[in-house]
Design a protein around this ligand. Sequence first.
Ligand code: RBF
Ligand code: MG
Length: 182
Amino acid sequence: MTRPETIIPEKPVAPYPITNTSSVISGFGRGSSELGIPTANVEKTSEIDSLEPGIYYGWSKVIPQDKQTEIVSSHNKEIEFNYGKSLTKTTDLSILPMVVSIGYNPFYDNKEKSVEIHIINEFNKNFYGAKIRYTILGYIRPELNYTTKEALIDDINLDIKIAKDILEKPEFEKFKSEVESS
Ligand code: RBF
Ligand code: MG
């Protein structure tokens, strides 16, 4: 399938905004290492799980947890759960644009539906165990399969550009407040 054109509405339309707060869990660890595009895998809620697989955009915010750092073993790797306490730059903790991938990653043929958030920001630390509060405001495209990793990376970069452009519009920008409340 070729990438369909993204329809950009004037403002978010039902069922959006969809707002959630979820913990960052460990994924396959491929996002940073293989694609150079880190994603925070988050716990699914039934509302998010019921969304059609695909790529979405919105606002997000990392909320560090006051818990002791621990080392957890996942996919034969040792992962440091620091609960976001290592994030010290104010921008890291502000409300930031995001893209969300929901589904089965056909390029990798996952068996379980996952929810992965790429926050559009240069983090220099991981934040496993932190919470992310996020608001989905719209849909970009379905999940696709690719013949090369480079083609997948190119499409993700296009998603990031589309999300940034949409979120700059006042009708979308104003939903930052959804993330702030609670
Ligand atoms: N994986 C796919 O197999 N097909 C996709 O179309 C796809 N699109 C993505 C779009 C974005 C914005 C992001 C952040 C990820 C996407 N992925 C896609 C998931 C990607 O394969 C995954 O992040 C890595 O495998 C790390 O788990
Ligand atoms: Mg990930």
